[in-house]
Design a protein around this ligand. Sequence first.
Ligand code: ADP
Ligand code: MG
Length: 551
Amino acid sequence: MANAMMGNLGGQPILILPEGTLRQMGKDAQRNNIAAAKGVADAVKTTLGPKGMDKMLVDSIGDIVITNDGVTILEEMEIEHPVAKMMVEVAKTQNEEVGDGTTTSVVLAGELLKKAEELLEQDIHPTVITRGFKIGKDEALKILEEIARPISLGDTDTLKMIALTSMSGKSVERASPHLADVVVSAVKEVARMEGSKIVIDTDDIKREKKHGGSAEDTELIKGIVVDKEVVHPSMPKKIDDAKIALLDVALEVKETETDAEIRITSPEQMQAFLETEQKMLKDMVEKVVASGANVLMCQKGIDDVAQHYLAKKGILATRRVKKSDMELLAKATGGKIISNLDDLQSNDLGFAKLVEEKKIGGEAMTFIREAKNPKAVTILVRGSTEHVVDEIDRSVEDAVGAVSSALEIGKIVAGAGSPEEEVAMRLRKIAEKYSGREQLAIKAFAEALEVIPRTLAENGGLDPIDTLVEMRVAHDQGKITWGINVFSGKVDDALADGVVEPLKVKTQAIKSAAEAAEMILRIDDVISANKLSRGGGMPPGGMPGGEDMGE
Ligand code: ADP
Ligand code: MG
């Protein structure tokens, strides 16, 4: 293929790119890219929906991740093929924008490209396909808006259904009702109104993981949980009406900062030196005391002597608190982080009803409860083992994302493949208005959307063809919210089954999938520098263990 790199001057080949550069053009490039994209989609397809399977990923040093989460799987896979990486970006975008629906977005992108490949085989030009896909995308988004229903902060039951739908299929299913309660309460705590809009910063919901309990022990704390113990044994372990000093300076005497050497020649001098040091530490503690604080959260270290004085004053202190926790603490308690002890004043202190140390899973943690302004909360995620906690944590993260985006956009749709089927049906009708090849592309887009109900059926052990036929019949009869009940194996009303999703999961998935497909279809020339080639040719699918390629 290196020949392709050469110009030709009177029979004399001229190299225009460095030797060893690889190049694929036209159909070869397209076929290869589509195969890579489909490979990525196939890799996550079996995890879709409540009956989807999990994947176990083992990295090069033997660390294990067991997950059902699309974006986690793709991130862990260390994908190298450039187009496959674009598919991973689709999942990441979905995760950032919504926090759920990552598998859906990637499966959809893969299916769009599969349909595009069929059209390419029929000699339909890529630009016609991308034009048709763009129409398909725009119309699909309009249809979704039409079929969406409103939701507000008061609809607690529906919000719980959203959380449950988002978590179903993850290994935590049994504990989900409890987790759904926790997630919905957390989101409601941090939600605020800006005019008539609900605004939620999901960063205000801190998640702290601790294994050793069960998912049922997962708890919402109105305030912050800091993974640090109280620093000195004779300090109080519990303070009511806490006035909290937030410091990002150490309560330590710095090792001789100047170059001056201190020569100690007698025991008296040694004594004097130690006394000076103690006095300095005592003064520091006095400044904390003078502010009126009874709790000290310190981002840096606290010297043993300072700990002793703090304890004597009845102050509860923790040290080496993470910076991100300090920021959350400031937000939650209304306190100010102080960098110079001399600046510390009583109005810099934060407030919480209770600060206490508690042992969780054998480890002491500090709880700041009922903070002044509980705009920052913590979900203490519990589960038996580390792997279980990690997966529960990911489900909780997805559910927080789903509930938040439902509230922010204020719109929901039924799930279980129903919106995809409804959009596909309406899109096929719209396609009739277009002529010839464009119509084919729009119809292909509609069919691609049906990959979601088809995959849900397949993963649920149902016959995908029968199920799709049933779905089409139902939607033809105007049963907009009918989807696949993977538990009963029947097609019925997903809304009545409590399968509810935020509108944004669907719109974002279609947007990113369509845009990625379009971008990939526009590529007809891949030029790669030698180091990417891994010895002699583009990897056919580009993925490790690429046996999933193609069909
Ligand atoms: P994603 O990463 O795309 O969120 P999931 O594995 O969470 O992937 O699956 C989401 C799909 O599963 C959505 O189409 C959703 O409607 C569907 N789903 C969730 N719960 C149910 C249910 N109880 N019955 C049928 N479909 C469901
Ligand atoms: Mg999901």
